[in-house]
Design a protein around this ligand. Structure first.
Ligand code: 5GP
Length: 204
């Protein structure tokens, strides 16, 4: 019987590099997967349905909210984003640790609902760096500016999280994330007692 997987909530300002970090973490560690959220926003160039997000209509989103399909959902930058409950349950039951890359509202919902999860906040190296990334990504600088303002407000909420790191050096940020996952896997309350008892009760 494999262990139950752990939920890792990763929040970071939009454009802060969390997607690349999480992809690298999944590639570097066994049994770590990223949850694919539903969103009502349109796909950006290079984004693929079912891989980056499930891109669904506002009506489909509302139907899934009504059906109770979401573990959490929130309205971010005038679009809706939500984490589907079923794939998370299946992955953790199969012993996979799951990364939920969600905003501060979604993270707060999970805390309030008492969902057992490890919360990590990833800060950008500077606001200037973030602004440059956002300006390159968004077609209108107005959207980029609005996202930057939200990013500053959201980042002030890092104190509600269990861990915080600054993404100024990719390799170091990745190493920190790996260390967090590894440490959480070794928490006594998560340990499978069977092999430990076997060891303790065994002979020399
Ligand atoms: P983007 O549109 O740049 O991909 O994401 C915008 C924001 O939505 C990011 O802060 C991202 O973390 C957040 N987000 C993505 N998926 C979810 C989700 O399922 N739930 C919540 N609450 N936020 C999400």
């Amino acid at each position: 019987m494999s262990r139950k997987g752990i939920l890792f909530v990763i929040s970071a300002p939009s454009g802060g590099g969390k997607t690349s970090l999480c992809e690298a973490l999944c590639a570097a560690m066994d049994d770590v997967v990223r949850s694919v959220s539903c969103t009502t926003r349109a796909p950006r160039a290079q984004e693929q349905d079912g891989l980056d997000y499930y891109f669904i209509s506002a009506q489909q989103f509302a139907e899934r909210v009504a059906a109770g399909d979401f573990l959490e959902w929130a309205c971010v930058h005038r679009h809706r984003y939500g984490t589907l409950r079923q794939p998370i349950d299946e992955a953790t039951a199969a012993g996979k640790d799951v990364l939920l890359v969600i905003d501060v509202q979604g993270a707060e919902q999970l805390r309030r609902a008492g969902v057992d999860a490890v919360h990590v906040f990833v800060l950008p190296p500077s606001w200037q760096a973030l602004e440059e990334r956002l300006a390159g990504r968004e077609s209108g600088t107005k959207t980029a500016r609005a996202r930057l303002a939200v990013a500053r407000q959201e980042s002030a909420q890092y104190t509600a999280y269990d861990y915080v790191l600054i993404n100024d050096c990719f390799a170091e940020a990745l190493a920190a994330l790996k260390a967090i996952v590894l440490a959480e896997r070794h928490r006594v309350r998560r340990a499978d007692p069977a092999p430990i008892l076997q060891l303790l009760n065994g002979g020399t």
